[in-house]
Design a protein around this ligand. Sequence first.
Ligand code: ARG
Ligand code: ZN
Length: 415
Amino acid sequence: MRLKWIMIIALLCIGIVVRAQEATPGPNGLGDSFYPGLGNGGYDAQHYTLVLAWDDETNTLAGTATLEALTTQALTTFNLDFLGFEIEAITLNGQEANWRRVGRELTVKPTTPLSADETFTVAVTYSGVPGEGVISDGPSFAQGWMRHPNGVFVASEPAGASRWFPANDHPLDKATYTFVITVPERYIVAANGLLQSTTANDDGTQTFIWEAGDPMASYLATVNIGDFVVQESEGPDGLPIRNYFPTRLAEQMIQAFATVPDMISFFSEIFGPYPFEAYGAVVADANLSFALETQTISLFGRGVAVGRTGAETVIAHELAHQWFGNSVSLAQWKDIWLNEGFATYASMLWVEHRQGRRAMEGELNAYYDLISDPTFTAGEFSPPGSPSADALFNGGVYLRGAWTLHALRLEVGDE
Ligand code: ARG
Ligand code: ZN
């Protein structure tokens, strides 16, 4: 009798172990409460290599995106997030793979299941006009690859990355990147990380290779194309700073960004060492209604140089995001105030550092007046920790977020 029970229990245990190793489809999301379809489970992205050519006449983007990843479970299929473009071929470990796409979910089916803890390489060859035929989703300021009259910028927070390359499109899965970008030779390309090479091709194009060696969330990946001049300097400990400014605006931009090395030193003292291999700004020769903390090279519109003090606050804000948001990152998009409240308060600390406590409190009070203005609807200034999914970047996240940190500081003290 006893032996029989021991054998049944033993068989059950073996059954559970076998089941655990059984291959199943990788989840098509990472459990984000606001955007359940963003990101994918079952693997861990390691490195993206984006080999893309851009044609300025047709605004066509064409090439191959390769992802090296590590499985976290045995997989019958896995997903990538990818919207738009025509997919020409997908290979898995060099072999043609089966795939299908529904909305943003691109499902790849290996001929034999992948086992757990296995490295795999998936390559997607595609072409098309970015955004063409794609239903707009997410905040309209961040549609991924954006053409403007003088070139291209890429802004993707929160969901624009999968509108220009196939990705595990969620900050829970960071990876390193190589960008191999070919453009007509009159353009310069600025992307994340460090420029490795510039090569002139026979057909009137140029290829720029950028390596981003620090793990990065997909929404922070950027490629900028324009008529840029490069201005180089150094931050603390020899940190390379490279700014890409529109040639015709270079002089005023050099002035607007002159304090950045001092800002890096200041934030390094109060937050810890600058977390990445390089920093700088890229200014699109376009009017943008936002700036974005694209990792190692924050993106601004040309309006950044207008109105001195405002510009300095925005410049400090995007720099502070390199610590808060880019190095330390969100696990859920609903916690966006941990990015925006901290970056906003950091810019107040810069004001305090430069102009004193009174000036800083003056700016904070101006925020308070805005938050308290009864003519604004409550939805536009949500409590910092509970924005709605369709108003992720509402003023409450920024201003109430900053006030929250100030209140905390008054309570616990600077130390
Ligand atoms: N993270 C960006 C920032 O630095 C978000 C910009 C949102 N802008 C907008 N117009 N909704 O604030
Ligand atoms: Zn911000």
